[in-house]
Every structure is written in structure tokens, then in C-alpha cells.
Design a protein around this ligand. Structure first.
Ligand code: ADP
Ligand code: ZN
Length: 531
């Protein structure tokens, strides 16, 4: 009989009770079952394998191998386990040969409860033969594969070395395995099950909701000014992360925030290792630091009191967005997820997909994922409902997102959309080439620019038919059309606009287009400007 998991929870970890599905997961794995665990960041995944590891070790099953791609996380966890009196060790590139070999010896003798190892190490012939020896002596208890989405190219952090982990099941079919992750949409989840051959594993899927996070997505005008205003109004002196698309942008944002008296630091892969480390340490240790960063920052960083996560550029897809925003409010107190997004973001992300060396199928999936994020950004209803639906979870309007708190004024953009699409059509017919958004809007609004004259576009029947719409309105229509796939941006040809299959339904009036009323700048700023 293995000791009761409850006793381990109290005596070793000092916690009162299991959270959510932890108890069921722990029971299932202690009994030798395979499991897929989907739990949001901060949900408590570690205990789901640590407690079975301890229980199974005590019952004489031997050592648990934890596969983890994050060296920093391994160190933290092993440190914490030591403090709790659990025998744990890690094997990664930071260990000297002697230290690694001493860990291996203890592992082979079954003297440690958990060994954390990087995936590329686990799948070496040498390590596999050590596992074989342990297996033959009845000392191989359990495999826990953390960050399991890394096995999937559809996930946001594909690591090819995860693919080789199938060797674990093939060589040791009798050893229970669990895969854990904090983000996986349907396609990624199916891929994890298939790639890791976990088709028969029981699935434990927690709610992905983070009720304390308030989601806000604003239309981008001057992202830096908007960000400043957001921080000054809502989060003065508080810790936050500002995600940017490029290193240059990180530097600019960090500099601008600093000039405004906000304690901001940059973080991206182009900085020296020591600078990066120093900035990260300050962010973790000091209070109220704002980190301007690329997505290189954040994995495995557990700072409970991050009060906001801002995106001044749009991420690639909803998983990325969810993962990054999930770093806010891990202490359960209110936190903001704030994003500014505009047409240029759409164009940039499309271009990155188009220009990537990946195959067509991959690009197609990536475009679909981007479209889902665009639809979230353009949504006029509850953001949380949309977000959770993306992860397969049904929910009711949350009352804690921008759209719930301030339902946006909505206008019917169907007419504007038809005018826009027919202008693109006519221009294409007349000139035989496509044009970008600016030129198309000039024609629609009847502006006789040099370029309009040059191409004789004043003579088009659609010239000036959209004079009643503001440029902001038309931009909104454009974004929405792109978000629903009724228009595409050809990034290989100067970001020109192209009609798609989906354009037809809008042109024919079969599809209506609902748009959020463009939010004007808040009064404070206009006043300041007028001064
Ligand atoms: P994840 O890996 O899912 O992001 P962790 O395993 O790091 O989450 O757990 C997040 C935090 O919650 C940790 O500080 C952990 O100690 C704490 N925690 C986990 N389970 C419990 C529990 N049953 N009771 C109290 N605290 C818990
Ligand atoms: Zn809501």
C-alpha cells in the first residue's frame, strides 16, 4: 500500500487540500495510469507528478523521470524539493561531468525520487540504456513529460527533440507516463496524444479561465502613448510585462517608459547574457519593475504579483496570447491583459507566415490561427467567452473584460464593406494590378491624390462613393474583412489588397459586417494637446 496522497500533501508540501483535479490525477497516476494533464499556468501541475513520484517511490517502484525543457525551472523545483526533504536531482548542461555522473549513480541505485532531465538528454542512447538497467531492476517508476505542447509543431514552442520521446513508450511500455501542459488547443492536443502515443491515457482538462485577469483590446493609434496612459492610469508603480514584436521596439519602449519615470528594463535575445540575467533578476526581486520584452522572456518565470501584461504588437496566435497574458495575476489578485492592435499588425503577421520557409500545410494552419486571434481582437462580445471557446470550453459573458464592462457601440458596416470590396474589384479590373489600403481608401473617399490621378482612378464609378465614412471607420472595415477572410493582404506584393472567395458573400450581401465604433482619444489627452 502506498501512503495516502493526502498525508504527503500535508506533511511534505504543507498544503491543506488538493486543488481542482489534482486529487483525481494523483490517484490515477499512483495506481499506474497514463495521463494527459491540461491545466493553466499556476494551476499546480508540479504536484500532479511530484506526489505520485513520492508515493510510488515509497511503495518500491523507484525513480520518476521528469522531462523538462527549462533549466531555470529544473533548478527552482529541485531546490524547493530539497527544502521539503525530497531527494531530487537534475541532469542538464550546467552540471560538471563529475556531478552528472554522481547523479546518474544515485539514480541507477534508485536513491533519488525525482530526476529532472532535458529532453535531448533523455533520448540519448547512453541515458536510455541507464533507464533500461533501472527498468530491469524494477527501479523505473514513472515518466512525467512537462511542457508537452513542445512535441507539436502546432504548439507555440515546438522542440524537435520532444519527438524522440516516443522511445520511452516503445522501450518501456509498462512504465506509466504523464504529459502536462498549460496550453493546447484542439489540434495541438490531438498532436500530443498521437506523437507521445498517449491515445489511451486519461485526460484531465481543467478550466482555463483566469477570472482575475481583465482582458482589454484597443485599437492601435499611437501604441506607445496609449501604453503610457494605460500604465499611468491603472498601474502606477506596479510590476508588468510589455511584449513587443522586435528587439528594436523593446529598446524603444524601455527607453520611453524610463524617460517618463517608469522603472522599465529591456529583455530580448540580442542582449548579453549577463544583462539579460541581471534585468530578469531585478524584475523578480524588486517591486514595480516593468519589463519590455520579446517573447524570449517569461517561460518558467514565476512572479506572482505581475499586475499587467501588455502587448503593443499583436502576437502570432491565441495560444501565444493566452500564455503571455497568463503571466499576470498568478497570486489571484486582479490583473490586466491589455493589447493594442491595428491593421499593420495584421499585415506584419501575415507577412511573417508568408515569408517563412515552412510548407504550405503549416502556413495554412498558421493563417487559421492568426485569423482566430484577429476575430478575438475584432470581437464586440465577451472576450473571455471567445478565448475559452478557442480552448474548447463553453462559458457565459464574464463581466470582467472590456466588451462586458463597456459594451462597444456597434455599427453596421455591411454597406461600407461592399463599397470597399467593389472598389478593389474595379481598380483591379481597370488597372490590372492591385493596390494597398491607403490608395483604395483615397479612391473610396474621393481624394484626388497624385497617385489617383496618375492611374486615372478618378474615373472609376466607385470614386467618392465612400465619402461619408471616416478613415478610421474604413480601417475598421478593412481589419474586420481581413479577420473574417473576406479580404487578403498580399505581403509579397507591397501589401496590396486582394479579393478572396469570401469576398463574394459580402459583396452579394449574404454576410453582414458588424463593427465596433472606433473609440476616440480620451478627453485628457486632447486637452493636453490643445494646451
Ligand atoms: P504550474 O506548473 O501549473 O504553473 P505550479 O505547480 O508551479 O503551477 O503551482 C503554482 C503554485 O501553486 C505554486 O506556488 C504551488 O506551490 C501552489 N500550489 C499548487 N498546488 C497547491 C495546493 N493544492 N494548495 C496550495 N498551493 C498549491
Ligand atoms: Zn467578458
Amino acid at each position: 500500500m502506498s501512503p495516502a496522497p493526502n498525508a504527503i500533501l500535508h506533511e511534505i508540501f504543507g498544503y491543506e487540500q488538493f486543488r481542482g483535479p489534482q486529487a483525481a490525477i494523483v490517484d490515477h497516476v499512483i495506481a499506474g495510469g497514463d495521463a494527459l494533464v491540461l491545466m493553466p499556468t499556476g494551476g499546480g501541475k508540479s504536484l500532479c507528478y511530484q506526489i505520485p513520484a513520492i508515493a510510488r517511490q515509497r511503495a518500491g517502484h523507484g525513480v520518476t523521470i521528469v522531462v523538462s525543457p527549462l533549466i531555470a525551472l529544473m533548478h527552482d523545483q529541485v531546490g524547493a524539493l530539497h527544502e521539503a526533504g525530497v531527494e531530487a536531482a537534475f541532469l542538464n548542461s550546467t552540471l560538471s561531468m563529475e556531478d552528472a555522473s554522481s547523479v546518474e549513480k544515485r539514480m541507477l541505485r534508485g536513491e533519488v525520487t525525482l530526476v529532472y532531465a532535458a529532453p535531448e538528454r533523455v533520448t540519448t542512447p547512453r541515458f536510455l540504456s541507464q533507464l533500461q538497467a533501472m527498468h530491469d531492476n524494477g527501479r523505473l517508476s514513472l515518466f512525467a513529460i512537462d511542457e508537452a505542447h513542445c512535441v507539436s509543431q502546432w504548439g507555440h514552442d515546438f522542440r524537435p527533440e520532444y519527438r524522440a520521446l516516443t522511445a520511452l513508450h516503445e522501450r518501456f511500455p509498462g512504465v506509466p507516463r504523464m504529459a502536462l501542459t498549460a496550453t493546447a488547443d484542439d489540434i495541438t492536443r490531438a498532436d500530443i496524444l498521437e506523437r507521445l502515443q498517449l491515445g489511451d491515457a486519461r485526460q484531465f482538462i481543467s478550466s482555463f479561465d483566469r477570472p482575475n485577469i481583465r482582458y482589454t483590446i484597443v485599437e492601435k493609434k499611437d501604441a506607445t502613448a496609449q501604453l503610457l496612459r494605460f500604465i499611468e492610469r491603472e498601474h502606477e508603480g506596479e510590476a508588468g510585462i510589455v511584449y513587443c514584436q522586435t528587439r528594436k521596439r523593446v529598446e524603444e519602449i524601455a527607453a520611453t517608459l524610463s524617460q517618463q519615470g517608469i522603472r522599465a528594463l529591456p529583455y530580448h535575445a540580442g542582449l548579453d547574457q549577463d544583462v539579460r540575467q541581471a534585468n530578469q533578476d531585478r524584475f523578480l526581486r524588486e517591486e514595480g519593475i516593468v519589463m519590455a520584452a520579446t517573447i524570449a522572456f517569461g517561460m518558467g518565470i514565476d512572479k506572482p504579483d505581475v499586475r499587467f501584461v501588455a502587448h503593443v504588437d499583436m502576437p502570432k496566435n491565441i495560444e501565444g496570447y493566452y500564455q503571455e497574458t497568463g503571466r499576470g495575476g498568478r497570486d489571484g489578485l486582479p490583473a490586466d491583459a491589455w493589447m493594442a492592435y491595428g491593421l499593420q499588425d495584421v499585415v506584419n503577421q501575415r507577412r511573417m507566415i508568408d515569408e517563412s520557409p515552412a510548407g504550405d500545410e503549416f502556413k495554412q494552419v498558421m493563417r487559421g490561427k492568426l485569423d482566430a486571434l484577429l476575430a478575438l481582437a475584432e470581437a464586440t462580445d465577451c472576450r473571455r467567452v471567445r478565448l475559452l471557446a478557442y480552448f474548447g470550453e463553453a462559458s457565459k459573458p464574464c463581466g470582467n473584460c472590456d466588451n462586458c464592462l463597456n459594451p462597444p457601440a456597434v455599427w453596421d458596416g455591411t454597406d461600407a464593406a461592399r463599397k470597399l470590396l467593389s472598389t478593389i474589384y474595379r481598380v483591379q479590373q481597370q488597372s490590372g494590378i492591385s493596390f494597398g489600403a491607403g490608395h483604395i481608401m483615397d479612391i473610396l473617399r474621393g481624394k484626388p491624390t497624385e497617385k489617383v490621378k496618375q492611374f486615372d482612378h478618378e474615373r472609376l464609378s466607385t470614386f467618392g462613393i465612400g465619402a461619408g465614412f471616416s478613415e478610421a471607420q474604413l480601417r475598421g472595415v478593412l481589419r474586420q474583412l481581413i479577420a473574417i477572410g473576406a479580404l487578403s493582404v498580399d505581403s509579397e506584393a507591397f501589401n496590396t489588397l486582394r479579393l478572396t472567395e469570401g469576398s463574394r458573400a459580402v459583396l452579394k450581401g449574404e454576410l453582414s459586417v458588424r463593427l465596433r465604433e472606433s473609440v476616440s482619444l480620451p478627453p485628457e489627452r486632447s486637452r493636453r494637446r490643445a494646451d
